[in-house]
Write a protein that binds this ligand. Structure first.
Ligand code: CDP
Ligand code: CDP
Length: 228
């Protein structure tokens, strides 16, 4: 693409956002930004420091002082906090269970949204999260809301677990439903489909089908602009 655009991908946990966003970015030679990783990195850091989500001022003070970086790597994006690679720590069960509580803090969201907008200023970004189409990049040229049944999403996550993970499919489904509810019900930029987003129910779609569909949206957008 000569005229670079921004692509916003939102949806609940396990809908396939990060897998699909990374592949779309590869196909278009765009930059992939995983905003969930930013909320996860803050959550990991706060649990390490022992700062509870109720202590909003303290959370904010530490967040404003921490150096949070997303660096593209050969095996996908890596996340650094104060120069330390925390990529493998931020997917823990503990972070999973706490992240949506920290993600409700208004000042924390304002700060991360500001960083996210800066990353998208030069266009050519595929950004995934919960509030990208509604709040972070309301002017994104392509907006997609990915969904799938909660059962299918739990199954997808279940098949990612290693033998060492002692977690039942039922527990996983409950955890996902609980996080979705917190994300949908929070006051500030809740998980919501933007009015101008296209909803893609991926319950019966494989990864490549979803990627091809989104890339085709981008091509239609580009061709539409040329006609005008
Ligand atoms: O990968 P998964 O869908 O499980 O989660 P994630 O995208 O890594 O996001 C983790 C959590 O961060 C979400 O459950 C939200 O609470 C929060 N989040 C958010 O509030 N806004 C975003 N733009 C991205 C994530
Ligand atoms: O980022 P998000 O939480 O929305 O989902 P993900 O981490 O990208 O995807 C969760 C799992 O579902 C991954 O293991 C993907 O390979 C898988 N997946 C799938 O099986 N079929 C799809 N259409 C999309 C994702």
């Amino acid at each position: 693409f000569n005229d670079r655009i921004n692509i916003a991908i939102d949806g609940p946990a396990g809908a396939g956002k990060s897998t699909v966003a990374r592949l779309v970015a590869n196909e278009l030679s765009y930059i992939y930004v995983d905003t969930g990783a930013m909320y996860r990195a803050v959550t990991w850091f706060m649990t390490k420091l022992g700062v509870e989500p109720e202590c909003q001022d303290e959370v904010l003070r530490h967040t404003l002082n921490m150096v949070l970086e997303l660096r593209p790597g050969s095996e996908g994006q890596k996340v650094f906090v104060d120069g330390e690679d925390v990529t493998s720590y931020i997917r823990s069960t503990q972070v999973n269970s706490m992240v949506s509580r920290y993600a409700q803090i208004e000042g924390l969201r304002t700060h991360l949204v500001h960083l996210q907008r800066q990353m998208a200023l030069r266009k050519g970004v595929v950004m995934d999260g919960r509030d990208i189409g509604t709040t972070v990049l309301p002017d994104a040229e392509v907006k997609v809301f990915l969904t799938a049944s909660v059962k299918e999403r739990a199954l997808r996550r279940f098949s990612e677990l290693s033998d060492a993970d002692d977690m039942s499919l039922e527990q996983l489904e409950k955890d996902i439903a609980k996080r979705d509810a917190l994300d949908e019900q929070r006051e500030i930029s809740p998980l919501r489909c933007a009015e101008d987003a296209t909803v893609l129910d991926t319950t019966n779609m494989n990864i490549q089908q979803v990627v091809t569909t989104i890339v085709s949206f981008c091509k239609s957008q580009r061709d539409g602009e040329k006609i005008r």
